[in-house]
Design a protein around this ligand. Structure first.
Ligand code: ZN
Length: 344
């Protein structure tokens, strides 16, 4: 209907409702034309703000940090390398690790560069199946030990092999360089003088030292005294030979010769084993008294000891180990008391 065909009353009513043909169309067009730049500007503002937020979050991830998760009775730690690459060391006993990763990774991140499983005990790999379901993992580092009789291990092994990640089994001394940080692997190692049964899982844990800009961390999994002694025998004796001192015998306390060495800058305690010496020690086997021999602690010479522990029936951590640490002046931090522990 044109304006000419409308009665004056229809025309008035159409004018009031803003539907006047001709004039009305022109007004709608004008409004549409005016709205377009506003929509485009709004989209641009949202895009720029999103890009800004993404860049800010991404850059905030590009610093070195190690976070020991309060994961219950078990181990899980996230290493954030200086270039933003991530390594998860163990997954704790269950899916709690997912909420920890959600907290410490940016919301858009659904991948991990490395997953390292120190050994196949549930309090270390129990959460790993869930991790692989939620996160794309590029490389899995493990100790190659099998528990074919165990249905949990079977599921983990199947999930791990179905992940399409690069698989790397640690055996023997090796080093890896990631974004300027150096990882030195000491165990498992067929060449170690290790006096344990073949099914002794704890003493085949992956043990490695992480060094970054003067800071050093010793990751020990569930290492117990037999492995501690084997590492001291291999690495600390070697060090003394390098420094032209008498090689230490395994039965001889390594600390006996300590007076001969130059004390470290950081501590009054002498450093006699640079290979193992670390500022931060992730205490072996949740502070069990089967680990953390006094000689070993003196040789590692840490400033801080991290005890990754939760409610348990094993008496971890042992009061004896905590006292030992206190006696040699090491600060102990427990995840069940402190929550997640962040170190730089
Ligand atoms: Zn354990």
């Amino acid at each position: 209907m044109t304006n000419r065909q409308r009665s004056p009353r229809q025309l008035r009513s159409a004018q009031q409702s803003g539907q006047v043909v001709g004039q009305g169309l022109a007004r709608d067009d004008k409004q549409t034309i005016m709205k377009k730049p506003i929509i485009i500007i709004s989209i641009l503002v949202i895009l720029i703000a999103g890009l800004f937020l993404y860049t800010k979050l991404n850059n905030s991830q590009k610093h070195f940090q190690v976070t020991f998760f309060n994961i219950g009775q078990g181990d899980a730690a996230l290493i954030n390398f200086g270039n933003g690459q991530k390594m998860l060391v163990d997954c704790g006993p269950d899916r709690t690790v997912l909420s920890k990763l959600g907290k410490y990774l940016p919301f858009y991140r659904r991948d991990l560069d490395y997953l390292l499983v120190t050994h196949p005990d549930l309090d270390h790999y129990g959460g790993c199946v869930e991790v692989l379901k939620r996160y794309k993992v590029k490389r899995i580092i493990f100790n190659g030990r099998e528990k074919t009789y165990d249905k949990y291990w079977q599921e983990w092994d199947k999930t791990m092999r179905g992940e399409n990640a690069e698989l790397e089994i640690v055996n023997g001394y090796s080093q890896k360089n990631i974004a300027g940080a150096v990882l030195t692997f000491f165990s498992p190692d067929d060449g170690l003088n290790l006096d344990v049964k073949n099914d002794d899982n704890n003493n085949y844990s992956i043990v490695f030292k992480l060094e970054n800009k003067g800071q050093s961390y010793l990751f020990t999994g569930d290492m117990e005294e037999p492995l501690e002694k084997a590492l001291v025998y291999k690495y600390c004796s070697m060090t003394t030979r390098v420094q032209n001192f008498e090689p230490l015998r395994q039965s001889q306390s390594s600390v006996v010769g300590a007076q001969n060495f130059v004390p470290s800058e950081q501590s009054k305690r002498p450093v006699v084993c640079p290979a193992l010496q670390s500022n931060i020690l992730k205490v072996g086997h949740h502070g069990s008294d089967s680990s953390s021999g006094e000689d070993f602690l003196n040789l590692v010479n840490p400033k801080t000891a991290i005890v990754s522990v939760g409610k348990n029936k094993y008496g971890h951590p042992s009061l004896r180990v905590l006292k030992k640490l206190e006696r040699i002046g090491v600060e102990s931090l427990r995840t069940d008391e402190k929550g997640d522990i962040v170190e730089y």
